[in-house]
Design a protein around this ligand. Structure first.
Ligand code: NAD
Length: 424
């Protein structure tokens, strides 16, 4: 993967934190939280940094810094990715750990939220050095992670290969097999089927439930997807396989449109050959801005943050916006959509399919009973639809934006668990 992409994802997450935190201030006052409740939500349960030496290829030793924040564990062991990034700060990690607590609570899986990482640019070190950095970080934090304490996963700049080093180092320290320590593993070492496209499919299950609510017929709607990476391409492919008409897609170089529907498998081949969807035969080139206001019924931002703003929200004609990207809509645009009665399904719910399948991976590891793909999909569908209906019901009752009801629901679930434990 290109370093540029990861830098972008990192920026997206910063926007996500900014947006969520500004939203939360209103929600706290709406919920009328007590000082004790606010204090409890304001502070992570465990938050630490470690410094560790790594022998570099030139024989010299270099010190690295790593962070881990376990924000709230009232609902279960904390769960959250490990990122390797040269600009990683402890504050970023803390915000992201809080958001993970909310995301797990929205989809009602029995996890709290955490996040961690090492300040390093993996592009500037060798594979051997990367492995030693990973193993040394795990040695430094091994007492504080575990299948019933805190479960890491991939994040920016970390992948399946790094998850294997994490697992192997932890198992060497403990002297036993512990596959449920970490998720995002290869299938051969306990990974789950369907994980690679779970974020996109989870979003589509929610979309179909939303369409039922507002009487949109699958064969009468047309869709546009912004972004053609892991999430966008899988979303377009799965929608096409299900018989939906995807009329427009885009990537960083631009977009394409065909009002009769695009042949998505052919677009994927074209992208493999030319590295872009642009200039696909039988389609018209459009800009990314034009894609967002192209007159589709369902708009799926699956690329960058801050795409739907005060400037273009009034021109969006879609009836549903499904946020597969993190923070693609600004608060102004969210308000405009609410006034226009456009249903916006927020990122914290729409793109949670990945963490749901991580929960299934952990669960399969603990029981040593590995599921067929069909079972993973069935459970994913059930979890996502239930979460959508929970959020939708609250939204309906309180006549608020769906992002607000998702956060409210998550906070209520976390606080309820704290009360049951006697902490409030
Ligand atoms: P990716 O890097 O695989 O793909 C990103 C896509 O966006 C690429 O096709 C790229 O060409 C395109 N893009 C870049 N600049 C663009 C622009 N200006 N206009 C339109 N398209 C542009 O990333 P991804 O994993 O698919 O993630 C996409 C979004 O989904 C991010 O916001 C990410 O945080 C979020 N997300 C991803 C996952 C996951 O499981 N991968 C889970 C939750 C949320």
């Amino acid at each position: 993967m290109e370093i540029k992409q990861h830098e972008r994802l990192h920026r997206d997450d910063k926007n996500l934190c900014k947006l969520a935190i500004s939203e939360l201030e209103d929600i706290y006052s709406d919920l009328g939280l007590s000082i004790e409740e606010l204090d409890l939500l304001d502070m992570p349960r465990r938050s630490f940094s470690v410094h560790f030496p790594v022998r570099m290829d030139d024989g010299k030793t270099k010190m690295f810094v790593g962070h881990r924040v376990q924000y709230n564990d009232a609902r279960g062991p904390t769960k959250g990715g490990i990122r390797f990034h040269p600009q990683l700060t402890h504050d970023d990690v803390e915000d992201l750990a809080f958001l993970m607590s909310l995301k797990c609570a929205v989809v009602n899986i029995p996890f709290g939220g955490s996040k961690g990482g090492v300040v390093v640019n993996p592009k500037e070190i060798s594979r051997g050095e990367l492995e030693r950095v990973t193993r040394s970080y795990i040695q430094a934090i091994s007492d504080y992670i575990g299948p019933f304490k805190d479960i890491p996963a991939p994040d920016v700049y970390t992948d399946e290969k790094i998850m294997v080093w994490i697992l192997d180092e932890y198992e060497r320290i403990k002297g036993e097999h512990v596959p449920a320590l970490v998720t995002g593993k290869p299938i051969e070492l306990g990974g789950s089927k369907a994980r690679s496209y779970s974020t996109s499919l989870g979003g589509i299950y929610i979309l179909e439930e939303a369409m039922r609510k507002i009487d949109l017929d699958k064969f009468e709607v047309c869709l546009a997807v912004q972004g053609f990476g892991n999430v966008g391409e899988n979303a377009a492919r799965l929608l096409h396989e299900k018989g939906y008409k995807v009329i427009a897609v885009s990537d960083s170089k631009g977009g394409i449109i065909n009002q009769d529907g695009l042949d998505i498998p052919a677009v994927m081949k074209h992208k493999d050959l030319t590295e872009s969807v642009v200039d696909f035969a039988g389609s018209t080139n459009i800009t990314n801005e034009e894609l967002l206001t192209c007159g589709c019924d369902i708009l799926i931002p699956a690329a960058l943050s801050d795409q739907l703003t005060r400037k273009n929200a009034a021109d969006v004609e879609a009836k549903v916006v499904l946020e597969l990207a993190n923070a693609p809509t600004t608060k102004d645009a969210d308000d405009i959509f609410f006034d226009k009665k456009i249903m916006l399904i927020p990122d914290v719910l729409a793109n949670a399919g990945g963490v749901v399948v991580s929960y299934f991976e952990w669960s399969q590891n603990l029981t040593n009973d590995y599921w067929e793909e069909a079972r993973v999909l069935e459970r994913l569908k059930k979890t996502m639809i239930t979460a959508f209906n929970d959020v939708y019901a609250l939204c309906d009752k309180e006549n608020c934006r769906m992002r607000q009801s998702a956060y409210k629901l998550a906070l209520q679930r976390i606080l309820h668990a704290e009360k049951l434990r006697g902490n409030l």
